[in-house]
Design a protein around this ligand. Structure first.
Ligand code: NAD
Ligand code: USQ
Length: 406
């Protein structure tokens, strides 16, 4: 297949591009490199030294003989360029990662909220609009989030996208319908993914666009089979308070002797997936597209759920790290249960890579190798969800103001 990977320079997009290229697909990365600019804005860098996208693709060609093409393009702003590119290249499938994906970044200021909404919603809408306008029949695979559901299981498992409901009709019968599971975003970023869902629903219904939406949990790990092949194919690895995600942050913190920063009580339960499984799920989704006219196909792309404090304790046990319970910058439930259905990927053959000490240790080893690149002052998460939370935050969890260390 000819596959366009939008956002293919990012943390999940890069290993996905390599994986699809290895499988023999013709891969084109479209990216505006905004994520690299955000690193500059925030004064941070990936823990791992990332080469330019041109250099990365050159090394891939040198190692494998395969070509991945790169096109510098802003999906949210360059509508005509995007339309022209699709009309010329006519991809069979499009994998859409090209959004601002950090909840804390999306909550930093009014400017960051505006940027996240306009970037993410325009990117998805431009893409759908251009697919229809060019008349191509590309299967669109979008990376969504488990966060569209909120994280409460209300005592029932979260279904894969749709909730069957019965509505009492005027005639007194019960009409059965599948509706999108009620959206319950916890940040401006997560809200944009809820808005995306409506865009997809409309374009599938109105224009027959074939769409798969992957409601992904928190991705952890860094290496995949392909990124291990050469030091310059290394993946991005975020550790800072805005872009670092919880388990990867704990592993890096453990590697550099920084206390593990549990927000609040650590009773938040979230869904997780290893990066190797994430790229495999995308392969499976591409192999199993919906038919034209079908409703949006939704998968829960996760393999396990964990409570944040349990993860901290596990990492502490393996590495000897200390755990710090710091004030929570977010407005979120202090404790929640989470049960998620994910049978669709399992039935398609996904063999989950669950949390194992060996894999956790591999990430700690990568982090130790590049520990010299860490700026410790960028570790605290200081983006507050509301103005009244901001003054309560701890900008120095290593220092004396540490509330509690176990
Ligand atoms: P990332 O920030 O590392 O990568 C996103 C890429 O998209 C970057 O290379 C960026 O430059 C590009 N991009 C952003 N806006 C663009 C635009 N307007 N035009 C062109 N390119 C643009 O993020 P990631 O961690 O790789 O996540 C990829 C996708 O997966 C996101 O949509 C995210 O919401 C979703 N997701 C990520 C995780 C996770 O834990 N990382 C979990 C669930 C879902
Ligand atoms: N947390 C800590 N300590 C930290 C960092 C985070 O306790 O140092 C807590 C947070 O308060 C939150 C939980 O860990 O309760 C998860 O935070 P996160 O930053 O790991 O994940 P989140 O903000 O939800 O976002 C990430 C990705 C996003 C993706 C989402 C999937 O950045 O792109 O959509 O995971 S999900 O969480 O399933 O919605």
């Amino acid at each position: 297949m000819k596959i366009a990977v939008l956002g293919g320079d990012g943390f999940v997009g890069w290993p996905t591009s390599l994986h699809l290229s290895e499988l023999g697909h013709e891969v084109h990365i479209l990216d505006n490199l905004s994520r690299r600019w955000i690193d500059t804005e925030l004064g941070v860098q990936s823990l791992t030294p990332m080469d330019s996208i041109q250099e990365r693709t050159r090394i891939w060609h040198q190692e494998t003989g395969r070509r991945i093409r790169f096109h510098l393009l802003d999906i949210a702003k360059d509508y005509d360029l995007l339309k022209g590119w699709l009309a010329e290249h006519r991809p069979d499938a499009i994998v859409h990662f090209a959004e601002q994906r950090a909840a804390p970044y999306s909550m930093k200021s009014d400017r960051h909220k505006n940027y996240t909404v306009s970037n993410n919603v325009n990117a998805s809408h431009n893409l759908l609009n251009a697919i229809v306008e060019t008349g191509i029949d590309a299967h669109l695979v979008h990376l969504g989030t488990m966060g569209v559901y909120g994280y409460s299981s209300v005592g029932a498992a979260i279904p894969e996208g749709y909730l069957p409901v019965g509505i009492e009709t005027l005639a007194g019968d019960t009409a059965r319908q599948d509706i999108l599971y009620p959206a319950n975003p916890g940040s401006v970023y997560h809200m944009t993914k809820c808005l995306d869902q409506l865009l997809f629903q409309f374009y599938a219904k109105n224009d027959g666009v074939r769409i798969t939406d992957l409601h992904q949990g928190i991705v952890w790990g860094t290496h995949t089979d392909q990124t291990r092949r050469h030091p310059q194919l290394v993946n991005r690895f975020d550790y800072d308070g805005d872009y670092g995600t919880v388990l990867n942050r704990f592993l890096i913190q453990a590697a550099i002797g920084y206390p593990l920063t549990v927000h609040g009580t650590g009773g938040q339960t979230r869904a997780f997936i290893h990066i190797q499984d994430s790229v495999r799920c995308i392969e499976l989704a591409l192999k199993n597209p919906p038919a034209r006219g079908d409703r949006v196909k939704i998968f829960n792309q996760m393999t396990e759920t964990h409570r944040v404090r349990d993860l901290a304790e596990l990492v502490a046990k393996i590495t000897g790290a200390r755990v710090a319970y710091v004030p929570n910058p977010r407005k979120e439930a202090a404790e929640n249960d989470l049960v998620v259905r994910n049978e669709q990927f399992l039935e398609l053959g996904l063999k989950p890579t669950t949390l194992a000490e060996g894999l956790l240790s591999e990430v700690v080893d990568v982090a130790k190798k590049f520990a010299y690149r860490v700026d410790r002052s960028r570790i605290p998460a200081l983006s507050a969800w509301t103005k009244d939370i901001a003054p309560t935050l701890d900008s120095d969890p290593e220092g004396k103001r540490l509330r509690k260390v176990s």
